[in-house]
Design a protein around this ligand. Structure first.
Ligand SMILES: C[S@@+](CC[C@H](N)C(=O)[O-])C[C@H]1O[C@@H](n2cnc3c(N)ncnc32)[C@H](O)[C@@H]1O
Length: 289
């Protein structure tokens, strides 16, 4: 289901048809996933996930956990004496993990749903390969590790729910070589007990971005909605855009159970690198025996 509405099947291509929504009386047109050829019929105030400006902001201000995760992934692989081979980085974002792993001698395939993120990733990690697609649907090659860092499995940019997750775990398991590891993290129910509004801005010299984020958790449906108003400086002015992201929240015990059912040996991670997970976040290292 599209973050903003219902889904429909047209011409054998899945595309998402938004409910007509107006924000400030204006409609923005956008092209939805899987429907490049079908110019949008949506009239919706949100853009594709991680459009150009949010991808830029993610890269400028929110890649520390990918840096820390690189230490964890390398440590886990070294413990098993794995020094080379393919790592598939799902939801690779702007390529921070891919860059580090290729520098350490691994082959990396990064997969992301956002073309803007992939553009940044290709620049940062020229030795890695990248492809656009959904992590839940992309074909997974035989690999020594699969990673999904930064709550990637929670996002509801794809239709489906917990059944999709169980199926996804089975596919990751099949793709891993014996002794391989799947490293990822999740957001849990209760991570946002009360609706909240955050303001983040660039702290570097450029100070060329700011984001207002409102977060609201639907406890009954276990869905977190983040609405973002994004400002990015272009010339002397700030360009304004909006995105809405929805995430399904998974209890960690349920995730561990699904991993075990898929065949994994599961350990919970305390954090990535030197950074413990914030309350409401959990991480896993799931090993294929
Ligand atoms: C919070 S960012 C994390 C990016 C990167 N892993 C990092 O840690 O810097 C989440 C990423 O997941 C991607 N993503 C979310 N759902 C996805 C899906 N179903 N398939 C592929 N990528 C997805 C987004 O486009 C975004 O790049």
């Amino acid at each position: 289901m599209h973050p903003c509405g219902t889904s429909r099947q047209v011409s054998n291509k899945l595309f998402y048809w938004s409910k007509l929504q107006a924000v400030n009386g204006t409609f923005a047109r956008h092209v939805c996933e899987g429907s490049r050829a079908i110019q949008t019929l949506c009239a919706c105030p949100i853009t594709m996930p991680y459009n150009k400006d949010l991808a830029y902001i993610h890269d400028a201000g929110f890649t520390e956990s990918a840096r820390q995760a690189a230490d964890t992934v390398l440590k886990l692989l070294r413990e098993k004496k794995i020094k080379s081979g393919l790592v598939v980085d799902l939801g690779c974002g702007s390529g921070v993990l891919a860059d580090r792993l290729t520098r350490e001698g691994f082959d990396v395939l990064g997969v992301d749903i956002s073309e803007a993120m992939l553009k940044l990733a290709r620049k940062r990690a020229p030795k890695a390969k990248f492809k656009r697609g959904s992590l839940f649907r992309t074909r997974l090659s035989k690999s020594v590790a699969v990673t999904a860092i930064g709550e990637c499995v929670n996002y509801l940019f794809d239709p489906g729910g917990t059944a999709l997750l169980a199926n996804f775990f089975r596919r990751v398991y099949r793709a891993l070589l014996p002794g391989g590891v799947f490293v990822f993290d999740i957001v849990e129910p209760g991570s946002t007990p009360k609706p909240s509004i955050l303001h983040c801005e660039g702290k570097d010299k450029a100070k060329d971005w700011a984001v207002l984020v409102s977060k609201e958790e639907d406890a009954r449906r276990r869905v977190l909605t983040r609405r973002m108003t994004i400002f990015r400086k272009v010339g002397r002015l700030y360009r304004r855009s909006q995105e809405m992201h929805r995430q399904r929240l998974y209890p960690p015990a349920q995730v561990a159970r699904k991993l075990k059912t898929a065949g994994f040996n599961v350990s919970r991670l305390p954090g990535y690198g030197k950074e413990p997970f914030a309350p409401g976040r959990s991480g896993f290292a799931a090993w294929k025996p």
